[in-house]
Design a protein around this ligand. Structure first.
Ligand code: PEP
Length: 249
C-alpha cells in the first residue's frame, strides 16, 4: 500500500522569522498524524531554520529546486550536494512555474532528478498540462511527452525513489481544482504510462500526488480516490491551521 504524502510548496513566501513562527504553530497540530508523510518546501534562505525546527518531528523538509553537479561556476544556483549538507530530504523538480518562467525542459528534469538522487534527496517530479492543452484534448499527449522525456530515461532503481506530482497548470493558484475524477483519470494514465516502461510493480508502488488549489474543503474528495496518493499544496500550505487540516484530511 502507498503511504500518502502531503507536501507544502511555499514558493517565494516567508522569511526565516516567519518560518520559525509557522513551525511553532504547525508542529503541535500534526504531532499525531502518522497516516501520511509530511513535507514542507520553503525557499532556500529558510531551509536551515525549517530543518532545525523540524528536527525530531514528523515533518520533513524539501527544497523547491536544485542544479545538477556538485559545485561549479553556475551563478545563482544551488546543488544537491549543498542541500544534502544541510540535511534537506526532498526536492521539487520541474514545478510548472519553473517550466514556464525558467524554461525547464525534459532533459533538465532527467539531469536534476539524477542529481537529486546522487546526493540522497527524494525528488518530487512535477508534470501537468496547460489549459489550452486540456481544452484541445491534448492532456494525455502532453503527459506522455513529459513522462517519456523526463521520467522514462531514468534507471529503474532511480524511478523507484521518485514521487510524481500531477499538477494541471490551469489548477495551480487559480482556485480551480480538478475534480477528483479528472485528477484520478490523469493519475491512472500516468501510472499506465510508467508501467509500460518500468513494469506493473514499480508503477503500483510509485506515489502520485495531485496539486492544484488543494484546500481543507476539497482535500477529502481527492484523497478518497484510490489513484491519488497525496497532495502538493501551494497557497493552503502557508497557514499552519490550513495545512494541518489538509494533512489530516
Ligand atoms: C503548487 O504550488 O504546486 C500548487 C499546487 O499551488 P496551489 O495549491 O496554490 O494551487
Amino acid at each position: 500500500m502507498r503511504k500518502p504524502l502531503m507536501a507544502g510548496n511555499w514558493k517565494m513566501y516567508k522569511t526565516p522569522a516567519e518560518t520559525h513562527a509557522f513551525f511553532e504553530a504547525f508542529k503541535p497540530l500534526v504531532a499525531d498524524a502518522a497516516h501520511c508523510d509530511i513535507v514542507i518546501c520553503p525557499p532556500f534562505p529558510d531551509l536551515p531554520v525549517a530543518i532545525k525546527e523540524a528536527e525530531g518531528s514528523n515533518v520533513a523538509i524539501g527544497a523547491q529546486n536544485l542544479y545538477w553537479g556538485r559545485e561549479g561556476a553556475v551563478t545563482g544556483e544551488v546543488s544537491g550536494h549543498m542541500l544534502q549538507a544541510i540535511r534537506c530530504e526532498y526536492v521539487i523538480i520541474a514545478h510548472s512555474e519553473r517550466r514556464q518562467y525558467f524554461g525547464e525542459t525534459e532533459p533538465d528534469v532527467v539531469r536534476k532528478t539524477q542529481a537529486a538522487l546522487e546526493f540522497g534527496l527524494r525528488p518530487i517530479v512535477c508534470i501537468g498540462e496547460r489549459l489550452e492543452e486540456r481544452e484541445s484534448g491534448r492532456t494525455e499527449d502532453v503527459l506522455a511527452e513529459q513522462i517519456d522525456g523526463g521520467i522514462a530515461p531514468l534507471e529503474p532503481e532511480a524511478f523507484a525513489k521518485i514521487v510524481i506530482a500531477y499538477e494541471p497548470v490551469w489548477a495551480i493558484g487559480t482556485g480551480k481544482t480538478a475534480t477528483p475524477k479528472i485528477a484520478a483519470d490523469a493519475h491512472g494514465f500516468i501510472r499506465r504510462r510508467v508501467a509500460s516502461r518500468f513494469g506493473d510493480d514499480a508503477a503500483k508502488a510509485v506515489r502520485i500526488l495531485y496539486g492544484g488549489s488543494v484546500k481543507p474543503d476539497n482535500v477529502k474528495g481527492l484523497m478518497d480516490e484510490e489513484e491519488i496518493d497525496g497532495a502538493l499544496v501551494g497557497g493552503a500550505s502557508l497557514d499552519p491551521q490550513s495545512f494541518a487540516s489538509v494533512v489530516k484530511f
